[in-house]
Structure formats: C-alpha cells, structure tokens
Design a binder for this molecule. Structure first.
Ligand SMILES: [Zn+2]
Ligand SMILES: [Zn+2]
Length: 153
C-alpha cells in the first residue's frame, strides 16, 4: 500500500461531548444507501471514512453502543445520539468513521457507494464505483489498492 503522510484527522459528534482523532491512512471512503443507514442517519445514506483501528482514539468523552447492537458495533454519543463510528469483528483492524463527523470535510465524493438497490431514486453521490448491494469480500482489496493509488496522486 502507498505510504500516506501521517496527518492527524479529528472529528466530533453534534454536541462535542465526544471527540476522536486518527493518524492512520484513510483506506477507503464510501457511501451506503442501505435502509439501516437511512434509518440510523435519518437521511438518504451514510458516509464512511475507513481507517486503521489501532491508530484511532476517542480523545474526549465516551461512546455508547446503538443501532442493532449485534456484530457491528455502532458507536454513538450518549448526549446528542450522533452515530460516530462503527467497528466490527470481521473488519479486524479497521474502523468506519462517519465522514460527516470530521472537522474538515473532504471535497471529493465517496470512492465507493453500495446498496444502490435501496437508494432513494433521486440520490446521486458521484462515487467512482457503484455496487447494487454489499461488495463481495474479495472486491475490497483491489478497491483499497486503487483508492490508495488515487489518493497518492
Ligand atoms: Zn454528542
Ligand atoms: Zn448501510
């Protein structure tokens, strides 16, 4: 994987009780149009910035688990109920940070969008790669390689 400069990226929930930071590389950016994300965001889709879990820290406050409280661990602020990030045993050393919680929002559209089968018909994200449902497990490796190459310029 291409070496990305170590820049600290920070973010917070709506009320600021929970803040986080990471200095690992951004592995992938994505939009998810699934009904679960529509319900949890109260909007048309969720936005993800995937990074390395071991280089991610909650720097202020604590999160509580929300969502379905199953294998996917959806972390929320207990005060304002913002959905901040998601961890999953199957994701191992990855954490999916909600892009809209970042202090500095990226100008680029998400690299990947998924569950377009469930998308609201008028929604356009500008994502480079679209998947009708969840991409197959073996598609993530090549997607992350292409993303790293694009990010490296
Ligand atoms: Zn909050
Ligand atoms: Zn989703």
């Amino acid at each position: 994987m291409a070496e990305t400069p170590s820049v600290t990226i920070t973010g917070q929930c709506r009320c600021g009780e929970v803040r986080f930071a990471f200095d690992g590389p951004v592995l992938l950016t994505a939009a998810c149009h699934c009904r679960g994300c529509q319900r949890m965001t109260g909007s048309a889709f969720s936005l993800t910035t995937a990074t390395v879990l071991s280089r991610f820290t909650v720097t202020k406050g604590e999160t509580v688990l929300g969502g379905l409280r199953g294998d996917a661990r959806h972390h929320f602020c207990d005060g304002c109920k913002s959905w901040l990030f998601t961890t999953h045993e199957a994701l191992r050393d990855m954490v999916n940070v909600r892009t809209t919680m970042l202090d500095q929002l990226p100008a680029e559209p998400p690299f990947v969008e998924m569950f377009t089968d469930e998308a609201l018909p008028w929604v356009k994200t500008g994502a480079k790669h679209s998947f009708a449902q969840f991409p197959a497990a073996d598609e993530f490796g090549p997607l992350m390689q292409e993303f790293a190459a694009t990010a490296a310029g």
